[in-house]
Design a protein around this ligand. Structure first.
Ligand code: MG
Ligand code: MG
Length: 267
C-alpha cells in the first residue's frame, strides 16, 4: 500500500533527507587514499548524532554500521572495514538518517584520487540514469515508466542493470511500497499518486548485471568483478511533479563541482 504524505510530512522528510545530504558533503572532504571506510563510518555516525538525528541503517535488519560502503566491484550493502582506500578506487556511500520519525536515505559514488576514464564514464551515466528516472516520476505515470527510463539509458551504454535490488517508497519506515526497480516496461506497475515519497536508486554495473553476495551476508558485488556505481535521491510527488528532498549540493560544494542537474526538480 502506497502511503501518501501531507505537505507537512513532506517537509519533515526533507529535513531528514538534508541531514543525509550534509553527511555526504562532510564525507566528500574526507575521502582520499589512505582513509578507511570504518574511519568514515565513525565520522558519519557522530555527524548525524550531532544533528539530533539517528543513524538510519545501524541495527536495521541487524546491519552493523551507519554507512553502507561499497568500493569498486561492490554494488551495495558493503560493510565498512579497516582496509584503506587507494588512488583510483570508487566508493559508493549509502547513508540513512531518522529525524522526527522519518527516514532520509540516499547515496553517492565518489572517486578516490584519480580514477580512469572508463570508470568515470560509468559514474556519469549512472547519475544521468538517476535523473532520467526522476523525470518520469510524475502524475499519470507508473513505476514502469521510471524503471524503463533508467534501464534504457544504462543499456544504451552496454551497462548491466542490477535486477535483484530496487528503490522503494520511503517514510516512517525505510522500505515502503512501492518497489522501484531500475528495469521494466513503460506504462506498467503501480500508478503514482500525489504526496508519495520514494527513493530512486539505479545500481549500474560496467559489465554483467549478475551479482553475488559475500559470506558476510551483506556485501553485494558484481559477478565479473567489474566496477559498479550507485546514486540515490529521495523524491516527493508535489503538485504532480518530482521534487527532490535530498541534494548533492553539499557534495559538489565540498568538491568544487558546478552543476545545474537538480535545478528542474528543486522542492
Ligand atoms: Mg540507500
Ligand atoms: Mg534506498
Amino acid at each position: 500500500m502506497i502511503i501518501p504524505k501531507t505537505r507537512e510530512q513532506i517537509e519533515l522528510m526533507r529535513e531528514s533527507a538534508l541531514i543525509v545530504s550534509k553527511t555526504l558533503g562532510m564525507l566528500a572532504k574526507e575521502i582520499q587514499p589512505g582513509v578507511t571506510t570504518l574511519d568514515l563510518d565513525k565520522k558519519a555516525e557522530e555527524f548525524i548524532k550531532d544533528h539530533n538525528a539517528i543513524p538510519g541503517f545501524k541495527g536495521l535488519y541487524d546491519f552493523p554500521n551507519t554507512l553502507c560502503m561499497s568500493p569498486n566491484a561492490q554494488v551495495v550493502h558493503g560493510v565498512p572495514t579497516n582496509k584503506p582506500l587507494v588512488n583510483g578506487d570508487i566508493i559508493s556511500i549509502d547513508c540513512g538518517a531518522i529525524k522526527n520519525g522519518y527516514y532520509g536515505d540516499h547515496a553517492y559514488t565518489f572517486q578516490v584520487g584519480e580514477v580512469d576514464a572508463e570508470t568515470k564514464k560509468l559514474l556519469e551515466i549512472t547519475k544521468e540514469s538517476l535523473y532520467k528516472g526522476i523525470e518520469q516520476f510524475k502524475l499519470g505515470n507508473r513505476v514502469g515508466d521510471v524503471a524503463f527510463a533508467i534501464q534504457k539509458h544504462a543499456e544504451k551504454h552496454n551497462y548491466g542493470v542490477v535486477r535483484e535490488l530496487v528503490g522503494h517508497g520511503l517514510g516512517t519506515t525505510m522500505h515502503e511500497d512501492p518497489q522501484m526497480p531500475n528495469y521494466g516496461k513503460r506504462g506498467r506497475g503501480k500508478k503514482f499518486v500525489e504526496g508519495m515519497t520514494v527513493a530512486i536508486e539505479p545500481m549500474i554495473n560496467m559489465g554483467t548485471r549478475r551479482i553475488k553476495q559475500l559470506p558476510d551476508g551483506w556485501t553485494i558485488l558484481t559477478a565479473d568483478g567489474k566496477p559498479s556505481a550507485h546514486f540515490e535521491h529521495d523524491v516527493a510527488m508535489v503538485e504532480g511533479k518530482p521534487k527532490l528532498l535530498s541534494t548533492f549540493d553539499y557534495v559538489y560544494d565540498a568538491l568544487g563541482i558546478e552543476s545545474n542537474e537538480e535545478d528542474e526538480f528543486r522542492f
